[in-house]
Design a protein around this ligand. Structure first.
Ligand code: G
Ligand code: G
Ligand code: MN
Ligand code: NA
Length: 254
């Protein structure tokens, strides 16, 4: 509850920052993208994770404002890496349903691209199935407007919802991100492995890229390397880190 009281001031005092977690290609372990993840540097409690405060921001209606800041900041950071001569990579930004429907997400994305000067091809927006609780036609229209700007769209936490397959067919997606709960079981439980295998081949036949999230050990990695998986993200390669640390990793293979 204290957090809820603090959060208005936190926005005003700019206590939020972005961390970035690398996504690496499975063929050469080079960084192809980073996911931007919000952190709250609370004056008393230290770093607070978004699982705690994103729901609060949503309740208070502050997620649209902070989400716009995150979009702009992520684009500016990625442009700064590119301007510093680093190999260009994607930056992925998470969007919540409120940003998608209450704010003008198309205008926010355009503004972030204009202000940063980053080429749209390097921005990816991560959407979750929560979005689809709303009117499907509206969702598709907004997604098409975003695609028309040249940005990429991914479906996050894939496999945790209940009607994912129909979205894959209807939404103009570039990528799915397989939820990390699958990775926890994939090396030990044949059924989990079979489901993930099925997701990969479905994605491939639909022309979608695939990222496996939550990769923590070599057994999971070995399993993924035997599949048609393109990219992985997880603690095995790197935790989410401040921009400065990520900048040093971008030129290397992890
Ligand atoms: O960073 P983890 O480190 O704890 O992130 C937890 C959750 O918070 C993720 O599911 C992610 O989607 C969400 N999240 C992180 N950053 C953002 C953000 O900038 N905007 C929104 N809407 N959600 C975010
Ligand atoms: O947006 P999304 O729900 O996918 O957010 C990614 C979340 O997953 C972040 O909270 C991030 O810190 C977390 N994460 C990233 N890699 C790993 C991992 O290898 N293991 C676990 N347990 N969590 C991870
Ligand atoms: Mn995500
Ligand atoms: Na996810």
């Amino acid at each position: 509850q204290q957090l809820a009281d603090d959060i208005h001031q936190a926005v005003a005092r700019q206590e939020f920052s972005l961390y970035y977690q690398p996504q690496v290609a499975l063929d050469d372990y080079r960084i192809t993208g980073v996911e931007a993840l919000l952190r709250w540097n609370h004056p008393q409690q230290g770093v607070v994770l978004p699982g705690l405060f994103v729901p609060l921001l949503e309740e208070l209606g502050l997620i649209v404002e902070l989400g716009e800041w995150a979009l702009e900041q992520a684009c500016r950071q990625n442009k700064a890496w590119q301007d510093a001569g680093l190999p260009p990579i994607r930056v992925s930004v998470n969007l919540s349903a409120q940003q998608f429907y209450r704010g003008d997400i198309v205008a926010s994305v355009r503004r972030a691209l204009d202000l940063s000067g980053m080429d749209p091809q390097w921005l990816e927006l991560e959407l979750t199935e929560g979005l689809t609780l709303n009117d499907t036609e509206t969702t598709i229209e907004i997604m098409q407007a975003l695609k028309a700007m040249g940005v990429q769209l991914s479906l996050d936490d894939f496999g945790t919802g209940w009607s994912s397959l129909s979205y894959l067919r209807r939404f103009p997606l570039d990528r799915i991100k397989i939820d990390r709960s699958f990775m926890a079981e994939v090396a030990t439980q044949p059924h989990a492995a079979a489901v993930v295998q099925g997701i990969f081949s479905l994605a491939e036949s639909l022309g979608l890229e695939c990222t496996a999230e939550g990769v923590e050990d070599d057994r999971q990695l070995a399993f993924l390397r035997a599949q048609s998986c393109h990219e992985v993200q997880g603690y095995l390669f790197s935790r989410p880190l401040p921009a400065e640390a990520i900048g040093r990793m971008i030129p290397q293979a992890l």
